[in-house]
Design a protein around this ligand. Structure first.
Ligand SMILES: *Cc1c(COP(=O)(O)O)cnc(C)c1O
Length: 379
């Protein structure tokens, strides 16, 4: 079935006898058994709930995976994934990571005896050099947050499998509409469903998707016993959001392409990081492995006063954390998402006082450009 149709109709299972077109919200914590030794297939909503099950099956199909698990947030999904590892294990991950993942790894997982090496996964030789006997997995974000570096997923998947490692890919920025990591060799896909999948800045959610039956079983066991499950109502919001995922992303990327180009022509903008610009170092690779460039743009302005002026003056675009929704948002990575990354590490990556990150929404592109023009104006 075509991706667009799948987004609208989801998995074909029907749980309802009334003909309801919208998947019902099964707002129940528990399910009664018809008798001893009998079950409807549902026992308790932490373990499974029909609304969440519909969402999980839909997301599994969209990512071309065997199974998906829906969590209460992206971080709950990543924290559960980390339970696959044991004290002494080593994980290699992108050095330009989502700030929350960075904090989870270094302040929580590290205390439990898991060690990490951060490398720029755009360079497979650097990943190869970081592999140790105790390495168990490689975790990649592509494009990265906020520097928009792209990793060659097939190349890293080959390297991972040649060394018996798992490859996990955080696909939040592009979603399966534009990139399907499992088809490129990844073993696990991670999502913050809060972002493009939900798409309306109104619900938190997270997903893990996998293909290998043994990994699926291990994750399902962790899931039901750690309890970070998505509620029935939020599952329904995600089902509703996904119906328009392709429409939203088409519009968002069309807007992003216009705004990225416009930014490159502004005097006070020093650099623009968007993989859809032909002079981006990963433009060709992106064209090969994704079917679009997404709608996240990072850009560096001339000095920190301009950065602050933009944040203070934008009106339509809101100064807020998060991304991927219909409303355009701008963030100051240095103070928000990446505030706890050591200064030296952060500056080396280019996350400095001049860097801003823009999540382009579905508004009219000219209105967004007018808002930015106004915010950049000198008095
Ligand atoms: C937001 C985000 C997360 C964390 O997800 P939450 O839903 O906020 O918990 C993880 N990875 C990436 C790339 C993100 O943007």
């Amino acid at each position: 079935m075509d991706f667009n149709t799948l987004c609208v109709h989801g998995c074909s299972d029907r749980y309802d006898i009334t003909g309801a077109v919208s998947v019902p919200i099964f707002q129940t914590a528990t399910f009664a058994h018809p008798g001893v030794g009998q079950s409807t297939g549902y026992d308790y909503s932490r373990v499974q709930n029909p609304t969440r099950e519909h969402l999980e099956k839909t997301v599994a199909k969209l990512e071309q995976g065997k199974e998906a698990l829906a969590f209460s947030s992206g971080m709950a999904a990543i924290a559960a994934m980390m339970e696959l590892f044991s004290p002494g294990d080593h994980v290699i991950c992108s050095d330009d990571l989502y700030g929350g993942s960075h904090r989870l790894f270094h302040h929580i997982n590290a205390k439990n005896g898991i060690s990490f090496t951060l490398v720029n996964t755009s360079f497979s030789e650097k990943v190869k050099a970081a592999i140790r006997p105790e390495t168990k997995a490689i975790l990649v974000e592509t494009p990265t947050n906020p520097m928009m570096q792209v990793t060659d997923l097939r190349k890293i998947a080959d390297l991972a499998h040649a060394n018996g490692l798992l490859l996990a890919v955080d696909n939040t920025f592009l979603t399966p509409y534009l990139q399907k990591p499992l088809t490129l060799g990844a073993d696990l896909v991670i999502h913050s469903g809060t972002k493009y999948l939900g798409g309306h800045n109104d619900a938190l959610a997270g997903f893990l998707v996998a293909n290998d039956p043994e990994i699926c079983d291990r994750l399902r066991f962790i899931y039901k016993n750690t309890g970070g499950c998505l509620s029935p109502f939020d599952s329904w919001l995600l089902i509703r959001g996904i119906k328009t995922l392709p429409l939203r992303m088409d519009r968002q990327q069309e807007n992003a392409q216009k705004i990225a180009l416009w930014l490159t022509q502004q005097k006070k903008i020093a650099k623009v990081f968007y993989p859809g610009l032909p002079d981006h170092p990963d433009y060709e690779l992106s064209r090969k492995q994704t079917s679009g460039f997404g709608s996240m743009i990072s850009f560096e302005v001339d000095n920190h006063r301009t950065a602050e002026q933009i944040l203070n003056r934008v009106e339509l675009i809101q100064f807020a954390e998060s991304l991927g929704g219909v409303e355009s948002l701008v963030t100051y990575p240095m103070l928000q998402t990446h505030a706890e990354i050591p200064v030296k590490e952060r500056e080396e990556k280019g996350i400095n006082e001049r860097l801003l990150r823009l999540s382009v929404g579905v508004e009219n592109a000219e209105d967004l450009i007018a808002d930015l023009t106004n915010a950049l104006q000198t008095d």
